[in-house]
Design a protein around this ligand. Sequence first.
Ligand code: C2E
Ligand code: CA
Ligand code: CA
Ligand code: CA
Length: 274
Amino acid sequence: RARMTQIPARGFQLADQQALDRQQKLDRDLRQAIGRNQLRLLFQPQVNLRTRQINGAESLMRWEHPELGLISPAEFIPIAEETGLIVDLGRWILGEACRQAAHWPSPIVVAVNVSPIQFQQTDIVATVEAALHRSGLPPSRLEMEITESQDLVDAGRVRDAMWRLRNLGVRLSIDDFGTGYSSLSYFRDLPFDTVKVDQSFIRDRNSDADRLLLSAILELARKMGKSTIAEGVEDEATAAWLAEAGCTSGQGYHFSRPISDLELTGLLEVERRH
Ligand code: C2E
Ligand code: CA
Ligand code: CA
Ligand code: CA
């Protein structure tokens, strides 16, 4: 395991040992978490910035650990990626997200986070086809969020899978856009529908340079025919600025926190009646 070998022989601290113990415990327990019903998905609404109507929701994992309480995906997803458990976990997530979204009114889209490892170590296309087939969700109502990373462009396997998914009619989104190395080459090399601008760009609009950079990303995406979504929208000033700058959608605490399937269905029902 990479994480273990990274720890230097000298200077090994008690704190390191405790962190390692926790990781190993989480790894062990995560293997049983699916079967023991400790995992669930929450959904965070994605809102059209012009009409302010919900046009989709991102599925976000939650793990209710019996002793340790609620554990953040920011902690357990990297462990699952390192141990390969992300493959089984990712299959469960896709199945579950499609199953729940199939009950939402059309054309509400479910956006599911997928790890680059799922592209490298499994036939992700077969997994997606199975999830769609079993749930009856139309492919156009599934969007896969792929975090930008060097591997995306380098690996022909990933690119090939992205084309096949696109041919199925599934939507593809580049997550955390602007934080990786090769953001601009994606436009040339990869098929995708949506640019999801990382929340660091949304929050730090302090200098002229920050604002110019964000506007330029939004404009480039629009000119390349991509839709855009901003994550981490926390106030109305930000939402209004983004709408003015031509950003398609927004997601963040200003609109809603991640909520249960039941709560989301309720919100959609209220919107439908108005
Ligand atoms: P992400 O994909 O960048 O997701 C956005 C994170 O920002 C979520 O954290 C979300 O709850 C949080 N967030 C939403 N609105 C706001 C806001 O207005 N302000 C701020 N400050 N934060 C906001 P969360 O749910 O803890 O997820 C953390 C990360 O874990 C995600 O980052 C994603 O990379 C990963 N993750 C979550 N669920 C899954 C999953 O099912 N599969 C995979 N592979 N990764 C997942
Ligand atoms: Ca995401
Ligand atoms: Ca991410
Ligand atoms: Ca992000």
